[in-house]
Design a protein around this ligand. Structure first.
Ligand SMILES: [Zn+2]
Length: 185
């Protein structure tokens, strides 16, 4: 996915987390924190690539990481996702004075980046350091900005149509599945 695709997808993802009220910090958050947080988070995973947008700014970090883990290595793995989920559920110490909504938006942006890379044929090494790549290649192999924009738009539009509460949404899905199963019995 291109940098532009990642940025759009991360903003759409934060809107979705906001609308689905997955986290009170984000659903009551300030958009002036949420959007910059999402954008920053979307760029973070490619810090392992010296030619990426963020990698170029902080070459002293990106060069060693890319030598050590390679591009789409640790930063694109299940370990990174789990770390993200744990951090998402962790309250920051008040003394850090980082707004909770900004911090959580960074994590949502980060996770959206990995989801975005998974949509390309290159995939991501979920089981890193094992090199297997996992993908759901909706976006194909070439950078296709139009397809990337469409995916972000679908997520954005879906955020406004899905029921606001995550649990309610999940109940709907479960009912639908159970109805399908009982119809077949
Ligand atoms: Zn990436």
């Amino acid at each position: 996915m291109t940098a532009e695709g990642h940025l759009l997808f991360s903003v759409a993802s934060v809107v979705m987390v906001h609308q689905l009220q997955i986290s009170p910090d984000i659903s009551q958050g300030d958009w002036l924190h949420l959007i910059p947080g999402a954008l920053a988070g979307a760029l973070l995973p490619d810090i392992d690539h010296p030619k990426s947008m963020l990698g170029q700014w902080v070459r002293f970090i990106s060069v060693p990481i890319s030598r050590l883990c390679g591009h789409r290595g640790f930063t694109h793995s299940l370990l990174a996702i789990l770390t993200g989920v744990i951090l998402f559920r962790t309250q920051l110490p008040v003394s850090w004075s980082v707004p909770a909504d900004f911090y959580q938006a960074v994590i949502v942006g980060y996770l959206s980046h990995l989801a975005g890379d998974m949509l390309t044929t290159a995939g991501i090494p979920l089981l890193w350091p094992v090199r297997w790549r996992f993908c759901i290649p909706l976006l194909g192999s070439k950078a296709n900005k139009r397809a990337e924009r469409s995916v972000a738009l679908v997520v954005l539009v879906a955020s406004f149509y899905l029921p606001a509460h995550w649990e309610v949404w999940w109940d709907h899905v479960r009912e639908l599945i159970l109805a399908q199963i009982s119809a077949r019995l």
